[in-house]
Design a protein around this ligand. Structure first.
Ligand SMILES: Nc1ncnc2c1ncn2[C@@H]1O[C@H](COP(=O)(O)OP(=O)(O)OP(=O)(O)O)[C@@H](O)[C@H]1O
Ligand SMILES: [Mg+2]
Length: 408
């Protein structure tokens, strides 16, 4: 049976053109020139998809989109917004209303045909159980601290960008600070899609293609799954969503880096459970050591082994602080890595949306490049690429130089 698509546009020529283009592809079409007619159709017919213009004589396409999303019959159908208003604010409004895709006018009919096909394939495909797909080498890291403002996001963003740059292989940075995540901002990638888009559909419906549609691309090649733009949308994301997304990330990406919030919510614990390594941040003051000590105790209770959890001491301020030895004693665990205080550069990087690790030549870039290599996992470090990236060459050169200095 032909799939049924509702097209709403107050421009008759547009309606005719779209209708011809899609009929030729074998779809059945229902046309409406205003919101009232569209809502009438929606109440009577079971649709497979909707294409909605924004500016209609009696209402906005966003409102029709919301009606579709709020009805169980149509909550999962693909919706594409068609509009002459292509600016960021309107795109965001479209996604907030629940649209799956956005096409600024004018567009080529071939492109519309391709997008319609892709959206319909996305919902109709039977999702393979995750376990049936071959597993590539995947190294996953979560950066965590119970106390806020310690540098979790700074480390996560720089490690992810650093790994992408080092290995030229697919890396995903996912921001799981669902309430107030800033990772996309720190990379200056436009916030087109977020975890909220995944939260709106059933976890079992998410597949590799859906994930691909939702991740944002940074210029470095890094894939970014951003935290919701609006605080209230954090609630859309369940444990099941997190499980599903992290499993798919394992299949698709060589590296997964997770920026975690400062809590032990169900979604945070799901992520902590799933990763190979947890980097537990501490800064050299009592309150932070106290939080880290609590976190380590919870990790033990959760059954994580000693290798899975690594303590990272981050000097996120310049004044004197507790000595490394004292912190290790209080935590009853050695510190794996010490990150020195980096005056100005990190804050500037944050405001500019440019992670330091990508600014080759700066000493701070070298620091994070080395750390990205350090946590890349043995599997990756063992296989020397035939064509090492400039970043990997720099890391290996520095390691050689350090080795030579030690031998002197
Ligand atoms: N080693 C360091 N040297 C200097 N400044 C640092 C260092 N590490 C982090 N910072 C600064 O500390 C601030 C907080 O960092 P960041 O936002 O990464 O922390 P967070 O733990 O993710 O915080 P939030 O609680 O907001 O999620 C930023 O301004 C960052 O530039
Ligand atoms: Mg943060």
């Amino acid at each position: 049976m032909a799939q049924l698509i509702l097209v709403v546009d107050d421009n008759e020529t547009m309606l005719r053109l779209i209708s011809e283009a899609l009929k030729g592809e074998g779809y059945e079409l229902l046309l409406a020139a205003d919101g009232r007619t569209a809502l009438d159709i929606i109440s009577r017919v079971t649709l497979d998809m909707a294409l909605l213009d924004v500016m209609l004589p009696d209402m906005e396409g966003y409102d029709i989109c919301k009606v579709l999303r709020n009805s169980p019959k149509t909550s999962q159908i693909p919706i594409i917004m068609l509009t002459g208003l292509g600016d960021l604010e309107n795109r965001l409004r479209a996604f907030e209303a629940g649209a799956d895709d956005f096409m600024p006018k004018p567009f080529q009919m071939q492109e519309l045909q391709a997008r319609v096909k892709m959206q319909l394939r996305r919902v109709s495909r039977n999702v393979l159980p995750v376990a049936q797909v071959d597993k590539p080498i995947n190294q996953s890291l979560a950066v965590f601290s119970l106390r806020g403002g310690l540098g979790v996001s700074t480390l996560a963003v720089n490690l992810a960008a650093g790994m992408q740059q080092l290995w030229g292989q697919s890396t995903l940075l996912t921001d799981m600070a669902f309430v107030n995540g800033q990772a996309a901002l720190m990379l200056d990638v436009p916030l087109r899609r977020t975890w909220a888009d995944l939260g709106r559909i059933g976890a079992e419906e998410i597949d590799l293609e859906t994930l691909d549609l939702v991740v944002l691309r940074h210029g470095s090649g890094l894939a970014v799954l951003a935290a919701p733009k609006q605080v209230e949308n954090a609630e859309l994301i369940s444990q099941k969503h997190v499980e599903r997304v992290l499993e798919l990330a394992r299949q698709k990406y060589q590296f997964t880096v997770i920026d975690l919030p400062h809590d032990f919510s169900v979604t945070t614990i799901t992520a902590l459970d799933s990763v190979d390594t947890i980097l537990c941040l501490v800064s050299p003051d009592l309150a932070s050591v106290h939080c880290a000590s609590n976190a380590l105790r919870v990790f033990k209770d959760l059954g994580y082994n000693d290798q899975k959890v690594q303590v990272v001491l981050n000097w996120n301020y310049s004044t004197a602080g507790l000595a490394r030895k004292e912190i290790e004693k209080a935590l009853q665990k050695p510190i794996s890595v010490v990150i020195p205080f980096v005056p100005d550069t990190l804050v500037v990087a944050l405001t500019m949306g440019k992670p330091v690790v990508l600014e080759a030549g700066k000493p701070e870039a070298a620091l994070f490049e080395d750390l990205a290599y350090f946590w890349s996992g043995d599997e990756h470090k063992k296989t020397e690429p035939t064509n090492p990236s400039p970043s990997l060459q720099r890391v290996l050169d520095r390691a050689r130089r350090r080795q030579m200095q030690k031998q002197k």
